[in-house]
Design a protein around this ligand. Structure first.
Ligand SMILES: NC(=O)C1=CN([C@@H]2O[C@H](COP(=O)(O)OP(=O)(O)OC[C@H]3O[C@@H](n4cnc5c(N)ncnc54)[C@H](OP(=O)(O)O)[C@@H]3O)[C@@H](O)[C@H]2O)C=CC1
Ligand SMILES: N[C@@H](CC=O)C(=O)O
Length: 824
């Protein structure tokens, strides 16, 4: 025997009921069946509304009745054949009149007892089971109507009646043994009765409970709960986009998940089935071919470490603390006793082993009751100041990570908290039962969705981790970055399960933010059409309001304004990747503040491309310093532009032409004067000294400016080039002087003995920088560990391709891509 239960959404329309009939007809080929049905979708709520209105003398209850009658009559007319219609309508009318009479009585007496309430709200199941039975019979499926009040007996505690198992099970067995086993019993869910025949209801999950009781009594092979979703999901689909159906759960896991918000099943209602180890299947009426979720006590090899992540959206945390709690026995008993007496439902408890504090989570509606119960219980301790006033923290959520497979498995909580920390999510409280089946974390309510997504990404690695990119500056470097990301997208997805999503984009005119993602191909058209006027503060506000997990702010501008907004980004717990050198080369105080903020908010602040474009210059230096080494000298060619110019300029073309070519090749700053005046190189040297732990300010660097005086203050780059042309001869002479000495020109940055210089030099063939080619950068770090032979990093140090790939490398570092593949 298999017990099928169809919930309200599965019988919400006549089309759905036809689908139910198809499922029953298919199932009955292989199994004996009993079918439990809920009321048509929305009917129980309507009945509740009607009876409450009637009890207040509000005549609107009559309209509700009219609608209900019409809806059921229409269903009969649509489902039942013409020859059986009038009989069915008449029978239904008799049932409906009973409801009408009761509500009339309630409206006259203006009195609503729990008993009457139970009687009224149970009509929905009686109507639906009756109509569905008539329909099935009509379609040739032999079916009987079973009013569960005949077989399920409860006590007289109307409103929250308890099942009398010793009476119920024999009644169910007797009934079924006397019925024709070829005929399917269509059973009213939710309703029961007392020993004297008064109607009661089975409370939340009532129809599940009906199915569970019948299955336990008849020792059924399985229960199938048919609903409108595909099964129990790894997380709430409304909050986590990458959810998927969990194929199998143990009873305990199902209980944990549904306690923390997954509302597919109501486990207490399923206790009878669980006790008998009867497997429960959750299936979708509208996609019957889908596997669904199976709940059983079977252990399935190869299951994922975490089964599901669930949450309770809005809770209040009450904290009782004080010296009077330490080592005093009975405090917890008094606390929880007082709360139980006041009818407070406690969702989560946590106590530090110091015994100094107990925190407990309750629903906001119970906060006041809980507070006054605690105050009353501990009034003397409060008076004597050995217990503090109860601390109340509102607007919190609980997120629970659930699985049997976490038991005795090290590293799970580490992974949970590492993921939360990396996304700047503050943990307010934690609880883990000794069953190790559930880690519950209390977070700010505004972080609930972010927490769910972060943990989902961290654990369900079969799925994809999405990194949300917010890009400011889409010129040469930003544009190339988008191209490269698109080129690499498939590989990142295949090899690392990583999706880089553009969630925000801005240039100097407009910006657009969209958490659904912005196409990297037509971002510009969309941004110009739908975007807002560029405003970095609005951009950051909207980005942080979205509060997406794995967010990275990328700066591909050369703007001081954007650089000065980094502290706001880091304070919003969002990581930064920047190609822009302005922040790190501003005041030392700013540089240090940004490092501190990144540390404090546990986010990354990466800027490898600030020096040497895609070359690992910053990382090499950082690592050296981290190992305890001291930097004694930094020497290098740090400008791709100047390297290219002096490697190429040989008098055959004019100097200004070579500078133009460097610009066209994408080596220069947006304004090439920043290269020629040595400022760009000065910034890079400054950044390196700071990375080396030296406390230098920009104005302490001696920089040789090669921009002709007249060209320094002109407004446009073209005007600059015009003036530069006038000075071509001076540069030719510099070249010829060097050549006559068998030397070449080289613009070198140097830090040694607290002296920083950036200047044009003549170098001979014996110099290690002599052989540089194209836009090559070279940097040599002489350190305490590397004195004789300094550490050297060399390679192309400018250009869109190398810079964009350096930025991607930083993004991947933050996304933790390689380790993301590792299973615990
Ligand atoms: N070229 C190279 O080899 C390397 C460059 N870099 C750095 O990369 C950065 C970008 O250089 P590059 O791509 O050549 O510069 P571009 O001039 O080509 O692009 C700059 C982008 O920034 C935008 N922008 C400027 N100001 C703002 C603002 N206030 N708000 C929003 N957007 C703004 C511009 O908008 P709009 O399009 O509207 O003008 C443009 O999209 C620079 O900091 C540079 O130093 C670092 C390493 C190597
Ligand atoms: N303009 C810069 C670009 C990289 O920072 C250079 O030429 O090196």
């Amino acid at each position: 025997m298999r017990i099928l239960k169809f919930g309200g959404s599965s019988v919400g329309t006549t089309a759905a009921i036809r689908q139910v009939a198809d499922i029953i007809s298919e199932k009955k080929k292989d199994h004996h069946l009993a079918v439990v049905v809920s009321a048509f979708e929305g009917v129980t709520d309507a009945l509740e509304d009607a009876v409450v209105k009637a009890s207040k003398g509000d005549e609107a209850y009559l309209n509700i009745l009219t609608d209900l009658e019409k809806r059921h009559n229409n269903a009969i007319k649509e489902l039942v054949s013409i020859q059986n219609q009038s009989h069915t309508l008449a029978q239904f009318k008799m049932m409906f009149n009973e409801l009408d009479d009761v509500l009339h009585g309630v409206s006259l007496t203006r009195e609503l007892t729990d008993r009457t309430h139970d009687f009224v709200v149970g009509f929905g199941e009686r109507f639906s089971a009756y109509i569905i039975r008539q329909f099935l019979s009509d379609t040739g499926i032999s079916a009987d109507y079973l009013d569960a009040r005949k077989v399920i007996e409860t006590d007289r505690d109307f409103g929250s009646a308890r099942v009398q198992f010793d009476k119920t099970y024999p009644k169910i067995c007797d009934y079924f043994s006397e019925t024709d086993s070829d005929s399917i019993q269509i059973v009213t869910g939710f309703v029961a009765s007392t020993s004297s025949g008064e109607s009661t209801t089975l409370g939340r999950g009532g129809s599940d409970y009906t199915a569970s009781l019948i299955s336990a009594a008849l020792e059924a092979e399985a229960i199938e709960l048919w609903t409108d979703i595909e099964g129990i999901m790894t997380a709430d689909p409304g909050k986590v986009k990458r959810y998927f159906v969990i194929p199998h759960l143990s009873y305990e896991e199902a209980m944990e998940l549904s306690h923390f918000g997954a509302q597919i099943i109501y486990p207490p209602a399923l206790q009878p089935a669980m006790k008998e180890n009867i497997p429960i299947l959750i299936k979708n009426t509208f996609k019957p071919e889908e596997e669904g979720t199976r709940i059983s006590n079977q252990s399935i090899p190869g299951e994922s470490i975490i089964k599901g992540i669930s949450s309770i959206d809005n809770i209040t945390l009450l904290t009782v603390k004080g010296s009077g709690m330490i080592g005093v026995t009975g405090i917890s008993a008094r606390l929880f006793g007082a709360l139980a007496d006041a009818g407070v439902n406690i969702i989560l408890i946590t106590q530090a082993s110091s015994e100094h504090t107990i925190s407990l989570a309750v629903l906001p509606a119970q906060t006041k009751v809980a507070q006054s119960a605690i105050k009353k219980e501990f009034k003397y301790e409060l008076r004597d100041n050995i217990i503090d006033e109860v601390k109340v923290e509102n607007d919190l959520s609980i997120v629970a990570v659930v699985s049997d497979n976490m038991r005795r498995k090290p590293g799970i909580s580490g992974r949970v908290f590492q993921a939360l920390g990396a996304n700047g999510i503050n943990v307010v409280a934690i609880a883990q039962g000794s069953s190790e089946r559930n880690i519950s974390i209390v977070v700010d309510r505004k972080n609930e969705t972010k927490t769910l997504n972060t943990l989902h990404d961290a654990f369900f690695i079969a799925n994809v981790k999405t990194v949300n990119l917010f890009l400011v500056g889409v010129g040469l470097i930003g544009g190339k970055l988008l191209d490269l990301i698109q080129q690499q997208a498939q590989k990142l997805l295949d090899d690392y399960h990583l999706e880089l999503k553009l969630a925000g984009v801005s240039n100097s005119k407009k910006f657009l933010i969209d958490d659904e993602g912005i196409s990297m191909v037509n971002w510009k058209e969309r941004m110009m059409a739908e975007g807002e006027l560029a405003d970095i503060n609005h951009f950051i506000d909207q980005m942080s309001d979205l509060n997406l997990s794995n967010s990275i702010f990328i700066d591909c501008t050369a703007s001081d304004e954007i650089a000065s907004s980094y502290s706001n980004v880091l304070e919003s717990n969002i990581s930064i990747v920047t190609a822009n050198k302005k922040a790190n080369s501003s005041s030392l105080a700013t540089y240090e503040k940004l490092q501190r903020l990144a540390f404090k908010h546990n986010v990354a602040y990466l800027y490898e491309t600030n020096v040497g474009a895609g070359l690992p210059v910053v990382a090499t230096l950082k690592e050296q310093v981290l190992t305890g080494d001291d930097v004694m000298r930094i020497e290098g060619v740090l400008s791709g532009t100047l390297s290219y110019i002096f490697n190429t300029f040989d008098g055959s073309s004019s100097f200004s032409e070579v500078v133009r070519t460097a610009r066209d090749k994408g080596f220069t700053e947006p304004d090439p004067r920043e290269d020629l005046n040595g400022q760009d190189v000065g910034r890079k040297l400054l950044i390196l000294t700071r990375e080396a732990g030296l406390k230098l300010e920009f104005d302490k660097i001696d920089i040789q400016n090669m921009v002709p005086e007249k060209a320094r203050d002109v407004d446009t780059v073209e005007e600059f080039f015009d003036i530069l042309e006038e000075h071509d001869d001076e540069f030719t002479k510099l070249f010829e002087d060097a050549a006559s000495n068998n030397k070449k020109l080289c613009y070198i940055a140097r830090y040694e003995n607290e002296k920083a210089t950036v200047q044009l030099e003549q170098i001979g063939s014996e110099h290690p920088f002599y052989g540089l080619d194209g836009s090559d950068n070279i940097v040599a770090f002489k350190t305490r560990h590397y004195q004789k032979s300094p550490i050297v990093v060399k390679g192309p140090g400018a250009g869109a391709d190398v810079t964009a790939s350096g930025i991607i490398a930083d993004i991947l570092r933050i996304s933790n891509a390689p380790s993301f593949r590792e299973e615990i």
